[in-house]
Design a protein around this ligand. Structure first.
Ligand code: C2E
Ligand code: MG
Ligand code: MG
Length: 749
């Protein structure tokens, strides 16, 4: 801005100075020209007067009788004295008499021969006055003819027209004109082209001086060597008169320029500098720096700066909020999965020889809390869990991965990871008191150690998860370290999971049936449907292997549906008194579709409801007793029977037996195996059969393999026997043959 305004002012100033100077110059030039013309005109008038004076003087002598007589008689002395006396009388410089024959008398010394000849020629041709150059001077000459009465000669008077005389003349003019009379040949170079008859004015340079010169024709006595009046004038001198004005203007311009520069600088300081500062600040903000612009004024720019600062603060606050939202869990304020991954990367980079441990965990029963007490309670529980975890691992980095999953990174080194794992489990095993509710939860913990268990966040998290999976399988409330084998298992599991997806569609699933023998009826009373997977490559896969996987993945729902339909279909062709028992997984049991599926199975096959027995396990009572009981009653309302499978192995509370009248208790095989080895086993069987009798429930002993077991069971009042003693599970097509064989055996017995 300073430069622009300064340059602008200098330009305007320069142009006006230049214009002024030009105006002055052209004014001076035209003034001088006028003066010159006036001067030379004056000279012409003066010359005319002088010529007349000279002429009159000459005429006085030429008409003098005595002189004429002297001329007539050629009286030289008289002529000479007459000329001399008149010359003195009139103050004339030269007085001559030129006789008609060309001889000269008087001041002839001044003239050379040729000059005398020229004079005579002029007079002879009738030119009686004019300027002529004699010697180094110019002269003003006027001649008067002498007649006696015939022309006998001429009286010639002349006056010097040298520098001094011309100067006198010039003094009449106001300007210093330096007049000169010069033959054309001697004119200054600039005027050399001047024509003898015209006034010519030219400008020229003498050294550093600008000159103006004018040539003016004069009346010449000798036209062959004409003289011109030359006036010269120094324009530089003329301009000199104006130089104070120009100097003043220049000084004014200089001061003005300084003032303009100063003003522009001050203005740019006040306007441009804050704007530049704002612009720089904006650039910094866009590159993520924090800036605060200094507010120096109270004007618009000051207000702009204030608004800018407010905007920067608002942007930063929002940025912080967004960053916080992007990296933190809204509910607990803990780091989220994204931040945890970043943090793990940082830990990995700076991990020393000790490394660090990553703990992954999730809550037991969290779904139940959400379902029964509502989501607000679930949320409150999660917050409580978050604060307990922070207390349990004060040096740890705690994150919530989503749902009821948490992770903690602790840099304390592998040695203490075991203690920390235990501390975490302990912290969450203590009952929670949330909004007046007492909630008992718990957790399992999977631990991955860095760097040996993974060189990046993804691997570490996956491995800690595998360890968690294993910890949960081992029983809740434990912690497990990752082992390389887990990874292999997980891969195998994933492969099997993929295959299981296709098993149903590809018809690889099949039901086998194992008879239940009624001791009092002395015949087969039912068959249990047991699932078989005939994998084209793996061969026959045990349900103990693939059922848990199907439960985890949810595949158990469609598989279980198929089992119910298939079992009903097969059983509908059996004799009326034979039931079919179907195993129902807890996952299936909790799904809302079980009732509908059972109804469909019965309807489609035409099987009587009381011929279908559903086997459930005690594990259902661990979680939500109320809901389990409600579902059981609604199943029972369909008219089907319900048996409690693997009785005695799971959740050992008998209270639910009071709450729900099972149709049958199936005594777990482990008790039957023990029968021959432990005395106490018999007592347990007796206790169970007595309890079942009292509650009006039937009993079935599972896994009976020999007749000794059978004898004890019969003695202790067990109702039915299932086991290899009678038959292994067999394909559906073999059921008829088996029934006939067993009937034959019975008849034989
Ligand atoms: P479970 O319901 O307790 O079934 C009895 C298991 O004991 C069967 O094993 C059967 O073959 C086996 N068993 C029967 N008698 C004897 C014996 O004398 N000695 C020995 N050692 N074992 C005997 P399986 O077929 O391998 O089934 C294992 C478990 O898989 C079943 O235990 C049941 O919990 C589950 N399961 C089988 N089929 C299904 C199904 O369709 N759905 C569901 N949800 N689970 C099923
Ligand atoms: Mg069973
Ligand atoms: Mg069983």
């Amino acid at each position: 801005m300073t430069l622009l305004y300064g340059a602008l002012f200098v330009a305007v100033m320069g142009v006006s100075l230049y214009a002024t100077r030009n105006a002055i110059e052209s004014y001076a030039d035209s003034a001088v020209r006028q003066e010159m013309t006036a001067g030379s005109a004056l000279f012409a008038r003066m010359a005319k007067l002088q010529f007349r004076q000279l002429d009159q003087s000459a005429a006085v002598l030429a008409s003098d009788f005595g002189f004429r007589t002297a001329v007539g008689t050629n009286d030289a002395p008289t002529i000479a004295s007459a000329l001399d006396s008149l010359k003195r009388r009139f103050g004339i410089d030269h007085a001559l008499f030129v006789s008609i024959d060309g001889s000269l008398a008087g001041d002839t010394d001044e003239l050379t021969g040729s000059e005398s000849d020229q004079l005579y020629d002029a007079l002879d041709s009738g030119r009686l006055q004019g300027i002529v150059g004699w010697g180094t001077h110019s002269h003003m000459v006027a001649a008067s003819p002498v007649r006696a009465p015939m022309l006998t000669g001429w009286v010639v008077f002349s006056k010097n027209m040298g520098t001094a005389e011309l100067q006198q003349l010039a003094q009449l003019s106001t300007v210093d004109l330096h007049p000169k009379l010069l033959p054309i040949a001697a004119l200054p170079a600039s005027l050399r082209a001047a024509k003898s008859g015209e006034i010519t004015t030219r400008e020229w340079k003498r050294g550093s001086e600008d000159m103006l010169a004018q040539a003016r024709p004069v009346e010449n006595l000798v036209p062959s060597s004409p003289q011109m009046l030359v006036l010269e004038y120094s324009l530089t001198d003329a301009m000199g008169a104006y130089s104070p004005i120009l100097t003043a203007l220049l000084a004014f311009g200089l001061v003005g320029t300084i003032l303009a520069l100063w003003g522009a600088y001050a203005m740019s300081r006040n306007v441009a500098r804050p704007i530049i500062a704002l612009e720089m600040a904006a650039r910094k903000v866009s590159s993520g720096e924090h800036v605060e612009v200094k507010i120096e004024t109270r004007d618009e720019i000051g207000r702009l700066a204030r608004s800018f600062n407010r905007m920067v603060n608002a942007v930063e606050t929002r940025e912080r909020q967004i960053a916080h939202m992007a990296f933190h869990d809204d509910l607990t304020g803990l780091a989220n999965r994204t931040l945890l991954r970043e943090q793990i990367a940082v830990f990995l980079q700076r991990a020393g020889k000790d490394g660090f441990a990553l703990f992954c965990l999730d809550l037991d029963n969290f779904k139940a809390v959400n379902d029964t007490l509502g989501h607000p309670m679930g949320d409150a529980l999660l917050c409580e869990v978050a604060s307990r975890l922070a207390q349990a691992c004060p040096t740890g980095f705690v994150a919530r991965l989503g749902g009821d999953e948490f992770a903690i990174v602790v840099e304390d080194g592998a040695a203490s990871a075991d203690q920390i794992g235990r501390a975490i489990v302990n912290a969450l095993t203590q009952p929670f008191h949330v909004n007046g509710h007492r909630i008992v939860s718990g957790t399992s913990v999977g631990i991955a150690l860095a760097p040996q268990d993974g060189a990046d966040a993804t691997t570490l998290l996956k491995n800690a998860d595998l360890a968690l999976y294993r910890a949960k399988q081992d029983g809740k409330g434990s912690h497990r370290f990752f082992e390389a084998a887990m990874d292999a298992e997980a891969q195998a599991r994933r492969a099997m999971e993929t295959d299981l997806h296709d098993a149903l569609r590809n018809g690889e699933l099949e039901l086998h049936f194992q008879p239940l023998f009624g001791l009092s009826q002395n015949r087969v009373t039912a068959f249990e449907a047991l699932l078989r997977w005939n994998h084209p490559v793996r061969g026959t896969v045990s349900p103990l292997q693939f059922i848990p996987l199907a439960e985890e993945t949810g595949l158990i729902i469609p598989i279980g549906e198929w089992v119910i339909h298939e079992a009903c279909r097969v059983a509908s062709s059996w004799p009326e008194h034979i039931r079919v028992a179907v195993n129902v997984s807890p996952v299936q049991f909790r799904s809302s579709t079980l009732n509908a599926i059972v109804l469909q199975g019965l309807a489609r096959s035409g099987l009587e409801p009381q011929r279908l027995e559903l086997e459930i396990t005690e594990s259902l009572f661990i979680d939500n007793v109320e809901a389990t009981l409600a579902s059981l009653h609604s199943l029972r309302s369909l008219g089907v029977r319900v048996a409690l499978d693997d009785f005695g192995t799971g959740y050992s509370s008998l209270s639910y037996l009071r709450s729900f009248p099972f149709d049958k208790l199936k005594i777990d095989r482990s008790f039957i195996v023990d029968l021959l080895a432990h005395e106490g086993a018999t007592a347990i069987i007796r206790a169970i059969t007595t309890l079942a009798d009292a509650l009006g429930m039937e009993t079935t002993a599972e896994g009976v393999e020999n007749s000794d077991q059978l004898d004890i069971l019969r003695a202790e009042g067990c109702g039915q026997i299932q086991g290899y003693l009678f038959s292994r599970p067999i394909p559906a097509k073999d059921v008829d043959a088996l029934l006939q064989k067993l009937d034959r055996d019975r008849l034989a017995a």
